[in-house]
Design a protein around this ligand. Structure first.
Ligand SMILES: NC(=O)c1ccc[n+]([C@@H]2O[C@H](COP(=O)([O-])OP(=O)(O)OC[C@H]3O[C@@H](n4cnc5c(N)ncnc54)[C@H](O)[C@@H]3O)[C@@H](O)[C@H]2O)c1
Length: 333
């Protein structure tokens, strides 16, 4: 009897934080993830669930070889520091936009039947006029990073119309947490995300008296600090498995928010971190960061209805998993 062929899934950017968790989920589903990553921010030892190609999305030949025989491409390779994108937009448009175009063109030429999953971001929404944000909310990104994601999304729509590209765009809210195994987790350098910054601060400073800086306490929110939505990275990863099923079943493209629908303020984040770690945290209020919206909260109903996706892990578990990971990975902060 001929064994059924195992679908080949290429994860571009799979040595990074979200990408490595996507690979873990793909692997657990019985598929074979292949990672292509230039390790500009990723880690070789995070790409541990299948073959690894050390290469860049800049390189058309490498992309062609990697994409030719695969069934689904998951594209999560990007730079993602919002403030850096304001200071140096050129590298963001080059890496996030122009090299994404390489991927789309290689798919068009070398393997037009392949399905694509694109890691987009809630940054495409910019300053929201109304909450919660659903996929039809206006996209008015306010940073070059957000614009690079939105431009790729628009190009994907054009390619879908003109070349029948089948692509699912996933707009992530803030990924947090780590795989429960403790083997992979968030390890960005520099680390600019609130929760890992906070956890590293606790590991670095044994005394509770070194203050942690937060930006702004005068936003029009319930406690004056900005409200964001945090989604456990393993829930995020599982959405990619469901989206992969859709593409393997021959479905065409779509766009989905991946969030929890529950906003958490910066002060609430700090309180949960205090409770989970058993450590006190002294805070110092600094000025607001320009362009930080007061509140971002998602409506993820569409992903629930069409992908059958429901986030299972709550915020406290995400903090607890992240704390376990950071203690193991960065014991000295
Ligand atoms: N982390 C979040 O909270 C979040 C939220 C919204 C959207 N996103 C998006 O999700 C994706 C993954 O984010 P992450 O947090 O895992 O970031 P990350 O930096 O940990 O991972 C990105 C990976 O892409 C690789 N990469 C970058 N440019 C490349 C190139 N030209 N060729 C090959 N590899 C390249 C990096 O080495 C890294 O391993 C990004 O597209 C990001 O914009 C992330």
């Amino acid at each position: 009897m001929v064994k059924p062929r195992i679908p080949q899934i290429l994860v571009i950017g799979g040595a990074g934080y979200v990408g490595s968790h996507i690979c873990a989920s793909i692997f657990s589903s019985g598929w074979a993830p292949v990672v292509l990553d230039n390790l500009s921010y990723g880690h070789r030892d995070a790409a541990r669930f299948g073959p690894f190609i050390h290469g860049s999305t800049q390189d058309i030949l490498t992309l062609s070889d990697a994409i030719r025989d695969c069934d689904v491409v998951i594209h999560c390779a990007a730079y993602m520091y919002v403030e850096e994108s304001v200071k140096n937009p050129a590298i963001y448009y080059r890496n996030n936009l122009s090299y994404s175009l390489n991927i789309l063109d290689v798919i068009r030429r070398a393997n037009p039947r392949v399905g694509l999953i694109f890691s987009s971001s809630c940054a495409v929404y910019g300053q929201p006029p109304a909450l919660p944000l659903n996929e039809d909310s206006p996209c008015q990104p306010i940073s070059p990073y957000g614009r690079s994601k939105w431009m790729v999304e628009q190009i994907i729509e054009d390619y879908a119309r003109a070349y029948q590209l089948r692509a699912i765009r996933l707009r992530y809210f803030n990924a947090v947490g780590a795989d429960e195994s403790g083997v992979i987790g968030e390890d960005h350098n520099p680390e600019l995300h609130l929760i890992p910054q906070l956890l590293r601060h606790l590991l670095r400073h044994k005394s509770d008296k070194v203050a942690f800086e937060i930006h702004g306490d005068d936003y029009p929110t319930r406690d004056g600090s900005p409200i964001r939505e945090y989604i456990h990275v393993c829930d995020l990863a599982e959405a990619h498995v469901l989206a992969t099923h859709k593409l393997l079943d021959g479905n065409s493209g779509d766009v989905f928010n991946l969030g929890t629908g529950k906003g958490t303020s910066v002060l609430e984040v700090i309180q949960t971190v205090r409770e989970v770690t058993g450590r006190d945290i002294d805070i110092q209020i600094a000025t607001r960061r320009p362009g930080d919206p007061a509140e971002l909260v998602s409506d993820f109903n569409k992903a629930q209805q069409i992908l059958g996706w429901v986030p299972h892990r709550d915020f406290r578990q995400a903090i607890s998993d992240a704390w376990t990971w950071h203690k193991h990975r960065h014991p000295n902060g």
